[in-house]
Design a protein around this ligand. Structure first.
Ligand code: DX5
Ligand code: ZN
Length: 223
């Protein structure tokens, strides 16, 4: 299965972040997923544009995309900073946007690929009108805010439903990304349901194996 893998740096060792990102890229990462949290939309505070800017030159070495997931209130205010810092994709939560259309247009006007995402309990219908405007739709398979959580089993049906919606509406070019709780034991299920990109955090960055070993296990699980 030609599923893209986007390691999330949230559970990486931040004392050597550049090295950890290079390890993931050298092990075949398609995107580097950067989880931005503001302490309001979700309780934790993580990272901001400075980290995107720091990782940009590393990503440029291999033309790897920086896939920025904004779990912040009023993302419109910060989008220009993330675009300036070098984000290739900026994904916003439908729950956090006051004017969704203008937010997506703002991202695109800055030369960045726009993505939309929604929490597990938010109905898919909340993003159906915006799908023709985005390049990526992200299905959260955990409640946003933390790495290392368990995949919500109902997510597979949501992935399949969104895949059906995209294909029926001639929107197959929109990448279907899935984020949260994805491991070697369930990544093939996620791919089979119609995902095009899997975000993987703690199954890539953990103390049980190397980044390369973990990435190889994910690829092996995809057959
Ligand atoms: C959670 C983040 C996810 C998370 C994935 O709010 O959006 O990207 O880091 O980590 P795992 O793969 O450990 O669930
Ligand atoms: Zn994420």
């Amino acid at each position: 299965m030609n599923l893209k893998i986007a390691p999330s740096i949230l559970t990486a060792d931040f004392s050597r972040l550049g090295e950890q990102v290079r390890e993931a890229i050298n092990a075949g990462a398609d995107y580097i997923h950067i989880d931005v949290m503001d302490g309001y939309f979700v309780p934790p505070i993580t990272i901001g544009p400075l980290i995107v800017a720091a990782l940009r030159p590393i990503a440029d070495e291999t033309n790897t995309s920086l896939d920025v997931h904004l779990m912040i209130e009023n993302p419109e205010r910060s989008i220009p900073n993330f675009a300036e810092a070098g984000a290739d994709i900026i994904t916003v939560h439908v729950e956090a946007c006051t004017n969704f259309d203008s937010t997506i247009q703002l991202i695109r006007s800055l030369g960045v690929r726009p993505g939309v995402t929604l929490k597990p309990k938010t109905p898919l219908s909340s993003i159906s009108a915006i799908l023709p405007e985005v390049d990526l739709a992200l299905v959260m398979s955990v409640e946003p805010g933390y790495g290392g959580q368990s995949y919500i089993p109902g997510s597979t049906n949501r992935i399949a439903r969104l895949r059906q919606i995209l294909d029926e509406r001639g929107l197959s070019h929109v990448e279907l990304e899935v984020d949260g709780g994805i491991k070697a034991h369930n990544i093939a299920e996620v791919a089979a349901a119609g995902a095009s990109v899997a975000v993987v955090g703690s199954a890539v960055y953990n103390n049980t194996s190397s980044v390369a070993g973990n990435m190889a296990a994910l690829r092996k699980a995809l057959g």
